[in-house]
Design a protein around this ligand. Structure first.
Ligand code: GDP
Length: 466
């Protein structure tokens, strides 16, 4: 998982809070101290960290006072603190600006800028694959004439990904290539045209001049700056320098798979009020994760990202087997999602590869599993245990929504899991707690389906998320 160490520390600190018998100032201070230390280690700017501390404290105080006033009794302090921490972490990575979203049926020109080595060419191909998978006709244009071999690299990547491309071995004017490429794809009614530009010149001013000239020629709908996570909080200065010359509307932070400083880069970018649209998480074409502040923090804290998971499953289904996708879509559309469906999805996940990355989207996965050494193995064994649980269920239980496992009191309030759940735990060699987790996950999936509003609602919700 991206920023696994930071995530594990933040998660650990919040766990300490859940375990505390009384939540007093001392406990809150200890939590904040650990949170701040973890953020600083990830190279988040000292000022931002200190602001976060102050804001969490103020928020907790205010929420407790308000709750007391409204209800005349003490609020659940743990929840209040947790929520304040969650909200402030989200604020730390949220620029508060919505990025441009390419739409099918019109020509969307995207231009990538950034210094050489940031991962521009790789990211352009990943982006092209992302849009092509969503049914958009996508083409790549190589406007980097400065670096010998740039066109070959793009050509190789594009061919591998089966993406149409445009470039030239003889033309030396990047503006001419960019214009010709965009024109060609525009005439052919491409939905998305991605222009890869040069990242180095003899002098920086020449690089910026070239970016401005290409931009003026192709008039991009969105200019994307590609930025290497390893520069940490220096991302702020670098993005400001680029923004001063080539105004860009979005950022992609790359190499988050290998850099503990990524937290610094992401929060520094938020300061420049530019939305991060994706994170690069590896060298492979599929290693591109959509970025939005809330799901990102939720995943980081081990709280999962069910929407992201469904989206990911849709992606995989799309690239492998369109029928599978239709099946899932239909069930969700009808608002019917049974434990059997969750079992099928778990089996799909098992066959997807890179389990620790995907597992981080499932709520309730232990934080120490989500990265680092052995993360993959642990993810796999945890997922296997979940499958064992479903294997120990009877047919009618699998086809249920899970309520069959719950005991209710006379007034109809749930009071815990019943004997069936105990039988399943025993039969699968797991614990009742694990059965409960699995039921909660299935319930969340069902909840998402209902939320999307039944027929067609789900599909349109999915499209909105893309
Ligand atoms: P450009 O000069 O900006 O076009 O950069 P390239 O696309 O040529 O990438 C430079 C190097 O970074 C290559 O070795 C890529 O494989 C690698 N790279 C790009 N994105 C990522 C990423 O998200 N994670 C990792 N680990 N490597 C990446």
């Amino acid at each position: 998982m991206v920023l696994a160490d930071l995530g594990a520390r933040l998660h650990g600190a919040l766990n300490q809070l859940s375990r505390a018998s009384v939540v007093d100032d001392r406990v809150i201070d200890a939590l904040l101290k650990e949170l701040c230390a973890a953020l600083l280690e990830s190279d988040v700017n000292v000022k931002l960290v200190s602001q976060l501390r102050t804001k969490v404290k103020a928020k907790v105080k205010k929420s407790l006072e308000e709750a007391e006033k409204a209800a005349g009794r003490e609020a659940n302090k743990k929840n209040v603190v947790q929520k304040a921490v969650f909200d402030e972490l989200v604020a730390l990575v949220d620029p508060g600006v919505e990025p441009y979203k390419p739409v099918k049926g019109k020509t969307n020109v995207l231009m990538a800028v950034g210094i050489q080595g940031a991962g521009k060419t790789t990211t352009c191909t990943k982006l092209a694959v992302h849009y092509a998978r969503r049914g958009m006709k996508t083409g790549l244009v190589c406007a980097d004439t400065f670096r010998a071999g740039a066109f070959d690299q793009l050509k190789q990547n594009a061919t591998k990904a089966k993406i149409p491309f445009y470039g030239s071995y003889t033309e030396t004017d990047p503006v001419a290539i960019a214009s010709l490429g965009v024109e060609k794809f525009r005439k052919e009614r491409f939905d998305v045209i991605i222009v890869d530009t040069s990242g180095r010149h003899k002098q920086e001013s020449e690089l910026f001049e070239e970016m401005v000239a290409i931009s003026a020629a192709v008039r991009p709908d969105m200019t994307i700056m590609v930025l290497d996570a390893s520069i940490g909080q220096a991302a702020e200065a670098q993005s400001r320098a680029f923004k001063d010359s080539a105004d860009f509307g979005a950022i992609i932070v790359t190499k988050l798979d290998g850099h503990a400083k990524g937290g610094g880069a992401i929060s520094a970018v938020a300061v420049t009020k530019t939305p991060i649209i994706f994170l690069g998480t590896g060298e492979h074409l599929n290693d591109l994760e959509k970025f939005s502040p809330e799901p990102f923090i939720s995943k980081l804290l081990g709280m999962g990202d069910m929407q992201g998971l469904v989206e990911h499953m849709q992606d995989i289904a799309r690239s492998n087997d369109p029928d599978k996708q239709k099946d899932l879509a239909k069930k969700l559309e009808q608002g019917k999602f049974t434990i059997r469906d969750w079992k099928d999805q778990l089996s799909n996940i098992m066959s997807m590869g890179s389990l620790s990355k995907i597992a981080s989207m499932i709520p309730g996965m232990p934080a120490n599993m989500l990265g680092g050494e052995g993360g993959e193995e642990e993810a796999s064994s945890k997922l296997k245990r979940m499958i064992y649980i479903t294997d120990a269920m009877r047919q009618d239980e699998l086809d249920s929504d899970g309520l069959i496992f719950v005991s209710f009191d006379k007034a109809g309030n749930p009071i815990g899991l019943n004997r069936r759940a105990k039988r399943v735990a025993k039969g699968s060699g797991t614990s009742v707690r694990e059965v409960e987790e699995l039921l909660a996950q299935a319930r969340m999936m069902a909840g998402m389906a209902k939320q999307a509003g039944g027929a067609n609602g789900w599909m349109s919700a999915m499209q909105k998320m893309q």
